[in-house]
Design a protein. Structure first.
Length: 300
C-alpha cells in the first residue's frame, strides 16, 4: 500500500513537472495610448502636406484668390479657411508656412543635438579641466536670456532663415551638452567601460563604440520636446517681425499679420495659432513617450 502511494505521488510530481516545462509565458505587449497615435498621425499629416505643397491643388501662397479677410467657406478648397488681409488663401499660406516651422525647428534641433551631444560626450568622459571649461561655457550660455540673444542676432544680421537657424541652434546647444555630459559621466564608470580600458582600447573606441550608443537614445528621445520649443521660438520671432521676411509665410508671421483684425476676422489668428498648438502638443506627447520608452533611468 505504501509503495502504491509513493508511485502515485511520483507520477503526479512528474506530470506537474512536465506541465511546468511546457508552460509558455505569453509576451507582455505594452499598449500605446491613443493620444500617441493621434500625435503621430497629426505630425505625419503636417509633414506630408509641407513636403508636397507644390503638387497639392491649392493656390500659390502669394496670389489673391478672393476678397480680403473673407471668412471660411465651403465653396472652394482655397477658401476653406478664408483669406488674409490681401485676399490670399489662408489654407495655402498655412501649408507653405508649415515648411518654415518644420525646417527651422528640425534643422536647429538636429544641429544642436549633434554639436551638443559630441561636446558633452567628450567633456563627461575626460573630465577634469576640460569638463570644468565646458561647464563654465555652458552655464554662461544658459544664463544669457534666449530671447535677448535671438533679438540681438536678428537686429545685427539680416532677418532670414539662416539667421533664425543660427540663433535657435545656439540656444539649444547648452541643453544637449548638459544632458550628454551627465549621461557620459554615468556610463563612463560602468564595468564594461573599465573592461575596455583594461583591454587596451583607445579613447575613440570607448567613446564611439561603448558610451555613445547608450547616450544617443535618451538624447534623441528629448529631441521632439526641443523641436516643439524651437517652433514656438520661431513663431515668437516672426510675430515680432524678426523672422522670415514676407511674402514667405510662417505661422508666427500669419499671427502677426492678423492680430490687428482679431475683432472682425478672428480666423486670421486662430487658424495658425491652432496649427502651432496641435504641432507643439503632438511633439511634446511624442517626446514624453519616447523618453519613457528609451530612458533607462525612468524604467522600473
Amino acid at each position: 500500500m505504501t509503495d502504491t502511494i509513493v508511485e502515485t505521488t511520483a507520477e503526479s510530481n512528474n506530470t506537474a513537472a512536465q506541465r511546468l516545462t511546457t508552460l509558455v509565458v505569453p509576451k507582455v505587449r505594452k499598449r500605446r495610448p491613443i493620444l500617441v497615435w493621434l500625435s503621430v498621425a497629426w505630425l505625419a499629416t503636417v509633414i506630408v502636406v509641407a513636403v508636397f505643397a507644390n503638387i497639392l491643388p491649392i493656390a500659390p501662397y502669394d496670389a489673391p484668390v478672393g476678397p480680403p479677410r473673407l471668412g471660411p467657406s465651403w465653396g472652394s478648397l482655397d477658401l476653406l479657411l478664408g483669406t488674409d488681409t490681401f485676399g490670399r488663401s489662408e489654407l495655402s499660406r498655412l501649408v507653405y508656412g508649415a515648411r518654415v516651422s518644420l525646417v527651422v525647428g528640425t534643422m536647429a534641433g538636429l544641429f544642436g543635438f549633434v554639436i551638443g551631444s559630441l561636446i558633452g560626450l567628450v567633456a563627461g568622459y575626460f573630465g577634469r579641466r576640460l569638463d570644468i571649461g565646458v561647464s563654465l561655457l555652458t552655464d554662461a550660455m544658459l544664463a544669457f536670456p534666449p530671447l535677448i540673444l535671438l533679438l540681438a542676432l536678428a537686429s545685427i544680421l539680416q532677418p532670414s532663415a539662416g539667421t533664425i537657424l543660427l540663433g535657435l541652434t545656439l540656444v539649444v546647444i547648452p541643453a544637449f551638452i548638459r544632458l550628454s555630459r551627465a549621461n557620459s559621466m554615468a556610463w563612463s564608470s560602468r564595468e564594461f567601460v573599465r573592461a575596455a580600458k583594461n583591454m587596451g582600447a583607445g579613447h575613440s573606441r570607448i567613446l564611439f563604440k561603448e558610451i555613445l550608443p547608450n547616450v544617443v537614445a535618451p538624447l534623441a528621445a528629448y529631441l521632439p520636446i526641443v523641436m516643439a520649443a524651437l517652433i514656438v521660438a520661431e513663431g515668437s520671432l516672426s510675430f515680432l517681425g524678426l523672422g522670415i521676411p514676407p511674402p514667405t509665410p510662417s505661422w508666427g508671421g500669419m499671427i502677426s499679420e492678423g492680430k490687428d483684425a482679431l475683432a472682425t476676422s478672428p480666423h486670421l489668428v486662430f487658424v495658425p495659432a491652432v496649427s502651432i498648438f496641435f504641432t507643439v502638443f503632438a511633439l511634446n506627447v511624442l517626446g514624453d513617450h519616447l523618453r519613457i520608452t528609451f530612458d533607462r533611468t525612468l524604467q522600473h
